[in-house]
Design a protein. Structure first.
Length: 411
């Protein structure tokens, strides 16, 4: 596979992945407008968004554009099409076998056209409200929202869809302004993959964007001046559950880490999990032996702005014992050279397998760009540079002093 990243004169970043063995084509447009975008300033006038605007606009664009409903249109062509909104961005993507250029033109012109009428808002709201109502009794959905609010004082919570009142009060003019402000080339990344001619595709994409009209605003998006301290130390809600669940979440400032160092950090955290929190670790044996729980520990990491978020969760009725075990383990971490070397080998094998799995390669490549702001794909040399002594030093220098405890318990 051959890759190339190019920035066009209009500001659009295009990521090419040429695979001459591939019979299908892949396209993904990423717009940097997500759940976290709740405020922007134009000509000293401040605009504030309630949760749900980015997700609502995604639905509006798919359902109401110059080509009508994109899901229906592409489905008739047997094309796999989807849209998704998360905390950081909105993404539209499709895969097809035939007439790639024609479908690219439809795709890009539809997304950048505005054919949304105010009367359409009622119909657009219906599936979104259904989605919100379907999640409101999901304990982990509620726990995730609670944890997010407990972690951050300034950074918005991860309420991507919004609540019922948010959706019912979507403002038509403000929704259109969001499209004008965020759906512009300089705020987008376009991924194109398959058996393509890169120079020919660049000219083709340039011609499409040149045919589109974009409004020009002097927009300022305020930075999140987030403190290191959590917003709330502890919180819980009562619900219908057969067993209580507790999560402890650490908030670590990694502002001084550059893009490569953050990628390396994600690998070192994986090693830390294996050494200290896996099903063969000491803490797991303690949880079983002390009858704290019969379940494995859930652990996960996330990178949000300049913070690394590390969480541990467990179904348990012994909350304090679980929290003490986690904190004690964090304060007395173990480092295993054999596990480290094995994880490196697995990482190298994973890189080789990516070359045979186009979609997996694409996802990892885009993750580097979107999560770590690193405009390249992972290479064997990168993993070879990972060092056991550095692993210990980096992990030991992390500040685990800021954490929040969130739970759901039986009514």
């Amino acid at each position: 596979m051959k890759t190339k990243i190019e920035k066009l004169k209009n500001g659009l970043t295009v990521v090419y992945c040429q695979d001459k063995t591939r019979h299908s084509f892949s396209l993904e447009l990423i717009v940097k407008f997500g759940g976290k975008n709740r405020q922007f300033i134009i000509d000293n006038e401040e605009y504030n968004l309630t949760p749900g605007y980015a997700h609502f606009l995604e639905h509006a664009i798919i359902e109401h554009n110059s080509y009508q409903n994109l899901l229906t249109l592409f489905s008739k062509k047997n094309i796999d099409f989807n849209g998704i909104t998360n905390f950081d961005f909105t993404s539209f993507n499709f895969n097809c076998l035939h007439n790639f250029k024609k479908n690219v033109e439809i795709f890009l012109k539809a997304i950048h056209s505005k054919n949304i009428l105010e009367a359409d808002l009622i119909k657009i709201k219906e599936p979104i409200l259904e989605e919100i109502n379907s999640k409101k009794d999901n304990n982990f959905f509620r726990l995730n929202k609670m944890t997010s609010k407990s972690l951050f004082k300034i950074i918005p919570d991860n309420n991507i869809c919004g609540d019922v009142d948010d959706i019912n009060n979507i403002n038509y003019e403000l929704l259109n302004l969001c499209h004008d402000v965020f759906y512009i080339p300089a705020n987008e990344i376009l991924f194109i993959g398959g058996n393509i001619d890169i120079s020919e595709m660049t000219e083709f994409i340039n011609n499409i964007y040149n045919s589109l009209e974009f409004k020009s605003y002097q927009v300022m998006i305020p930075d999140f001046k987030e403190p290191n301290e959590v917003n709330k130390k502890e919180n819980y809600f009562k619900t219908n559950t057969s067993e209580n669940y507790t999560r402890i979440t650490y908030k670590l400032n990694i502002k001084t880490f550059n893009s490569l160092e953050r990628i390396k950090l994600s690998f070192y955290i994986e090693c830390m999990f294996i050494d200290n929190f896996s099903s063969v670790s000491k803490i797991y044996q303690d949880i079983l032996g002390k009858h704290i729980s019969n379940f494995d520990i859930d652990y996960n990491i996330n990178f949000i702005e300049d913070f690394l978020i590390i969480e541990f969760g467990l179904y348990t009725n012994c909350k304090d014992e679980f929290i003490n075990l986690i904190n004690n383990t964090i304060n007395n971490l173990e480092f295993n050279q054999d596990n480290f070397d094995l994880t490196k080998k697995r990482g190298m094998i994973d890189l080789l397998l990516r070359e045979e799995n186009f979609n997996y390669f694409k996802r990892c490549f885009l993750d580097n760009i979107l999560v770590f702001n690193y405009y390249d794909y992972d290479k064997i040399n990168d993993i070879e540079s990972f060092n056991f002594n550095e692993y210990q030093e980096v992990i030991n220098n992390l500040d685990f002093s800021n954490h929040t405890i969130n739970s759901f318990i039986k009514k």
